[in-house]
Ligand binder design. Sequence first.
Ligand SMILES: Cc1ncc(C[n+]2csc(CCOP(=O)(O)OP(=O)(O)O)c2C)c(N)n1
Ligand SMILES: [Mg+2]
Length: 380
Amino acid sequence: MHNRIDLPYTRYLAPDGRLTGELPAWADDFNLLTRLYRQMVLTRLFDQKAVALQRTGRIGTYAPTLGQEAIGVAIGALMRAEDVLVPYYRDTAVQVMRGVKMEEILLYWGGDERGSAYSDPAVAEDFPICVPIATQALHACGVASALKIRGEHRVTVTTCGDGATSKGDFLEALNVAGAWQLPVVFVVNNNQWAISVPRRIQCGAPTLAQKAIGAGFPGEQVDGNDVLAVYDRVQVALERARQGKGPALIECISYRLGDHTTADDATRYRNADEVKQAWQEEPIKRLQGFLVAQGVWDEGREQKLVAECQALVQQAVDNFEAAGRQPVESVLDYVYAQWPAALADQREMLLERVALKEPVPDEARRTRPAAALQGGPSHE
Ligand SMILES: Cc1ncc(C[n+]2csc(CCOP(=O)(O)OP(=O)(O)O)c2C)c(N)n1
Ligand SMILES: [Mg+2]
């Protein structure tokens, strides 16, 4: 076969938490392992709350991380403050570990621009959540080029889904990363679905990781539900990039246990048995099984942890709700440094309607902006 490239696949923990082989030395640190566990639990509880807030109309849309917590948590534990994260929309776990506040994540999904103006200076250079598929991969290469030109030993990490790897942007990013040997690590969250498109019809190659080989740098697969496997391989990739040895791609094989977003209903296109089976593999129970077998985790610690995480999540919700609403025109304020004259009447129309508390009628939407969009005079 022409498409078979043998790539490494790493897994340390079986779905029941038993070891599949010898652990690397770093995994002797139980403080680290319980921290990874804690962050996965926090992410899951935050997700549940975010979905509940959407269901009660308090935020717009949310993309749950359910089942994929290990990927972001491993990345978040490994990146240094000075590194740069260029995330996509399913990165709550890593963003929170970097220093983005949970209330900022809620503000973002509530349509409030303040959610992308991170208050912690440690994340001032991280990028905001990227919703357009795969465009962030190129932004990450731009950042990595700057780091390389300046001779800084910092690394850019960018994430995306399995579907995103089909986009030209992603493939162009891999190409430039390989050609210029950029300090960038691509982490693919292969959760098996791109909304309703399954992985098996997404791409003709047996792995997504092998796309890196075509671009001239290492690509490999890990069990994305095994936080130890993700941590181990992302650590190596970050170290290589930091030493100027170029990019790497890690494909994390996981499963999207929830809907694509709160705007989706996955029961319309997914088989219940498949989802039931995938629950057997999920990352939190897996690490919990391991920690319990090692004698460093038990029911009492679990209950205490859940209570602590719930309190943190509730505090974030309270802060989010206390932030108040932004004026309607704020949706436009951060699009351009200077608002273009050709779009001025659209902004004005919005302000007029808000002042009159009138809905913007479809008719006005169709007729008034046309001249402006064609670059014509906007005040006639
Ligand atoms: C350029 C662009 N095209 C289409 C969409 C609509 N869209 C949103 S998410 C998505 C699927 C992405 O799937 P994947 O890359 O596997 O990431 P996942 O959501 O599964 O984590 C699509 C097509 C978009 N956001 N941007
Ligand atoms: Mg996907």
